[in-house]
Design a protein. Sequence first.
Length: 210
Amino acid sequence: MSDNVFIFDHPLIQHKISLLRDKLTTTKEFRELVNEVSLLMAYEVTRSLPLKEIDIETPIAVARSKVLGGKKLALVPILRAGLGMVDGMLQLIPMAKVGHIGLYRDPETREPIEYYCKLPTDCADREVIILDPMLATGGSASAAVSFLKQRGITSIKFVCLIAAPEGVKRLTHDHPDVPVFCAALDEKLNDHAYIVPGLGDAGDRLFGTK
C-alpha cells in the first residue's frame, strides 16, 4: 500500500461504518451516518493544512494565535453519491466552495465520460477535495482527478468511505501525487465490480432508489 493512502482507525468511524454496512439500515439512517462519518473524516483530511500566526485581542490581552494560512478549500463530489458527503464536510469547513463533476461509463469502451462539471471560478487556486463514498475499480476516481488537472488544479485529495484494493492501486498508480483517504479498505471486487463485503450501492442507499 502506498504511503499516500490513509485508512482511518478511529473507533467512532469504524462503528458508524459497521452500521452503514448493515442491509437493515434505513435510507434516513444511512444518509445521517454518511454525513457523520464525513464530518469525522474531515478532521484528518484537513490535518496538514498550513497555519499562520496573527495577533488576536482577547478581553484580557493580545494573544499570538494561529489561523489557516494556506490555500482555500473546495469540495468536489462525484455525482451522485458524492453529494451525501458534502454536508458533513461543510459542517467543519463551512468556508469551502463546492463544485460538482458527473461521469458515466461508455458502454462500448467502458471508459469514463464527463457529462457535467461546474467548479468555482478560482478552483485552480484552491486545495480540492474530491468526494465519493466508494472507490471500486478506480476508473471514475482516476478520470475525475485527470479532468480536474486538465483545468489547472494541482492540489487534490481523494476521500471515500469504502475502498477496494484494486481501486486504490489504480488511483495511486495513475496519480501518485494525490493522497487517498478512506474509512475502510475492503477485501476485493466481485465479478460485477462491487466491493466485497462493501455496503451495496451507496447512491441507491442514500437516495432510496434501485
